[in-house]
Design a protein around this ligand. Structure first.
Ligand code: NAI
Ligand code: SOE
Length: 395
């Protein structure tokens, strides 16, 4: 069986998730399109890179991503570093002829994303953006129902991504609060996942009218680093604070090209909400609702259900629903975050071996950056911003 060598840049949170997927994919989807081989992992120091290789099962480690990109043994470059590094690494990887999977958001904004798209188009490599939540089987099931016309013409979309890990003013000024590294705040970090849902399930967004807010304007600087949950470890020193220059919360109205309307909300300051990534879609013939915190379940209501039994009911995903052939044999055994990444890896490896397009790819990543830029512009101007159909102007 064909083997594809992965060079992974970054050994943090997403490094762990992607490594799990490389190991697990052939166990779920067999025969696998190709076997992922964890060839080399890169991190910023020798200590971090060596530790990442040991933890994540890579044969080699390096502190120089350029060296890995230029290694002829590497087939795929996996970018799991903070947002400000994505463009430089992806453009170099495309020039070196490597297939690329890049974590979301694709870039710091549309201008940078466009350069990334141009680079992958020029080199002809496969390109993927890791909006993995659309690969939750219940979300893929919603897509199937919509494509089959089961809820008819879509009228409205309501999507949220609510978390509370930054509601505490003492949670540190990690890279996610710094514009030069993150691009934007809740919008780019989690709002873009909802934008991906909206485009995937409903269609292209044409207009936005948004508000943003920074609730906590300064946070403790990480002089002593942070633990995995973001607790400041300043070793008893006086806490130094610095300014936050990104949004904590964003709410936008959206218009879709097909006439539907909707709202998208994202915040990391919603006490009690952890990974409250949801959508509710109303169509002329029914409604669908999803909450990632109950990710085995899709809530459905069809207009032609018997009138004495009409209302939302729960469909549990399993062998009969999308990706069921590779996942667990009984519905509701439990789909996890890991499985969404395993499915993403499976689809990427299929796209590479079968020479098809992966979706969402850098085109989608670019359009999502255009939408995110328009949301920020709208919030600043306090008015609707038209996207002129957020199309891809790259050949
Ligand atoms: P993290 O901070 O946990 O890990 C990033 C790693 O990259 C660290 O080990 C850091 O030392 C390393 N790094 C930074 N610059 C580097 C460079 N120039 N060369 C090599 N290594 C470098 O960050 P996390 O949470 O893993 O986020 C990474 C990316 O994944 C971000 O773009 C983020 O938005 C995205 N993400 C996506 C998620 C999803 O659900 N799809 C979930 C979490 C993050
Ligand atoms: C933090 O808000 C974070 O890790 C995001 O960066 C991810 O994209 C999201 O899936 C989980 O939360």
């Amino acid at each position: 069986m064909k083997k594809l060598n992965v060079g992974m840049i970054g050994g943090g949170f997403m490094g762990k998730a992607h490594s799990l997927a490389y190991a697990g994919m052939p166990m779920f989807f067999w025969p696998a399109p190709a076997i992922p081989h964890r060839h080399t992992v890169v991190d910023v120091t020798e200590e971090l890179a060596k530790d990442a290789a040991a933890r994540l099962g890579f044969d080699n480690y390096s502190t120089d991503w350029r060296e890995v990109i230029n290694n002829p043994e590497i087939d795929i470059i996996d970018i799991v570093t903070p947002n400000n590094t994505h463009a430089e690494i992806a453009i170099a990887a495309a020039k070196a002829g490597k297939h690329i999977i890049c974590e979301k958001p694709l870039a710091l904004g549309a201008e940078q994303a466009k350069e990334m798209l141009e680079a992958v188009k020029a080199s002809g490599v496969k390109h993927a953006v890791a909006f993995n939540y659309r690969r939750t089987p219940a979300v893929a099931l919603a897509k199937k129902y919509i494509e089959e016309g089961r809820i008819g013409k879509i009228l409205s979309f309501r999507g949220t991504y609510l978390q509370d890990w930054s509601a505490d003013p003492n949670s540190p000024l990690s890279w996610r609060f710094q514009k030069k590294i993150a691009g934007s705040g809740a919008l780019g970090d989690i709002g873009t996942h909802v934008v991906d849902f909206a485009r995937y399930l409903v269609g292209e967004i044409t207009d936005v009218n948004a508000m943003t807010k920074t609730w906590i304007s300064e946070r403790p600087v990480q002089t002593g680093g942070i633990d995995k949950l973001g607790t400041v470890k300043n070793g008893g020193e006086d806490v130094v604070k610095a300014s936050v220059d990104v949004d904590d919360e964003v709410i936008t109205m959206v218009k879709f090209e097909n006439g539907a309307m909707g709202t998208i909300e994202a915040t990391r300051n919603a006490w009690g909400r952890n990974n409250f990534l949801t959508f509710e879609i109303h169509g002329e013939k029914g409604s669908l609702a999803f909450n990632y915190e109950r990710r085995d379940e899709l809530q459905v209501c069809f207009a032609d259900d018997p009138s004495d039994a009409k209302g939302f009911r729960t469909v549990y995903t399993g062998p009969a629903t999308p990706y069921g052939e590779g996942l667990w044999p009984i519905p509701a055994l439990g789909i996890g975050y890991g499985e969404t990444k395993i499915i993403e890896t499976y689809d990427l490896f299929k796209a590479i071996t079968e020479d098809t397009e992966f979706s969402p790819n850098f085109e989608d990543g670019y359009v999502i950056e255009k939408i995110a830029d328009a949301i920020l512009e709208s919030a600043e101007k306090g008015q609707w911003v038209n996207l002129e159909k957020a199309t891809v102007d790259v050949k």
